[in-house]
Write a protein that binds this ligand. Structure first.
Ligand SMILES: [Zn+2]
Length: 247
């Protein structure tokens, strides 16, 4: 067997707490594009709405809801990949294992492990009022309010706008999620990056935080990343093909 795979299996078996950081590469096996990357097909057809526009303009808010509805529609028939399944098993093994993800597609999500998942860029399957934080089911809200009444107002406080929890361009990330991800990075003894280019901050800071606390750092991606030089193990491959070798 490939030396690198042997080393990966050794790390997986000998580590006590594992933190995973995933990016778009985790969902490509499920047939999804990278929704955050501006030059991909989706955003060519659907103009992204900047957070500033969302707050200021009604038509921008409607457009933002239409975009997110289109993303949810494109995910509807997609299934989690083999590597998604493997990560779920890792989380089930130890309550301290954590999955930090940049993905908004929810394919990594299961109710039973939700406290171990950190969605840095939010999820298209959550929505809340920007003012009172009341939570809404986005599919229901889109159908009954946005489409039916042309409104994005909160029915609870009547003062705020309801927004899908995905982080828009120009919108700050959730501080609580960053704190949780920092904690998970500092306490693990194995940190694995899966299918992420590690070019986006703050996501790319978490592996460095783990490394600073002497965790072993593994990077698995199709292309080289800026953090390859500090990693203990780097593998350039598709995630589902790695899964076949380590399962
Ligand atoms: Zn509200």
């Amino acid at each position: 067997m490939n030396k690198k795979i042997t080393q990966l299996i050794k790390y997986l078996n000998s580590s006590s707490i594992i933190t995973i950081l995933s990016g778009a590469g985790l969902s490509t096996a499920s047939g999804l594009p990278d929704f955050r990357t501006n030059d991909q097909g989706f955003w060519k057809k659907n103009k992204p709405v900047h957070f500033g526009e969302f707050v200021q303009s009604k038509s921008a808010r409607i457009k933002s809801w239409q975009n997110n509805h289109a993303i949810r529609a494109s995910i509807k028939d997609k299934k989690p990949s083999l590597m998604h399944g493997y990560i779920v098993e890792l989380l089930r093994k130890n309550k301290l294992n954590t999955h930090i993800t940049q993905n908004i597609d929810g394919l990594h999500y299961l109710e039973e492990i939700k406290s171990q998942i950190i969605e840095l860029h939010g999820s298209v399957f959550n929505a809340s009022c920007l003012n009172c934080l009341k939570k809404y089911d986005p599919a229901t809200f889109y159908k009954s309010k946005v489409k039916e009444l042309g409104s994005t107002s909160c029915t609870s406080c009547n003062d705020g706008y309801v927004k899908t929890s995905t982080i828009s361009f120009g919108q700050k990330l959730d501080e609580q999620q960053i704190k949780k991800a920092t904690l998970a990075s500092r306490r693990c003894d194995l940190f694995i990056c899966l299918g992420t280019s590690l070019k986006v901050s703050p996501a790319n800071q978490f592996p460095q935080k783990a490394k600073a606390r002497d965790a072993n750092l593994v990077i698995i991606n199709r292309e080289p990343t800026p953090l390859d030089a500090i990693a203990d193990l780097v593998i350039y491959d598709d995630l589902d093909s790695i899964y076949e070798k380590i399962k």
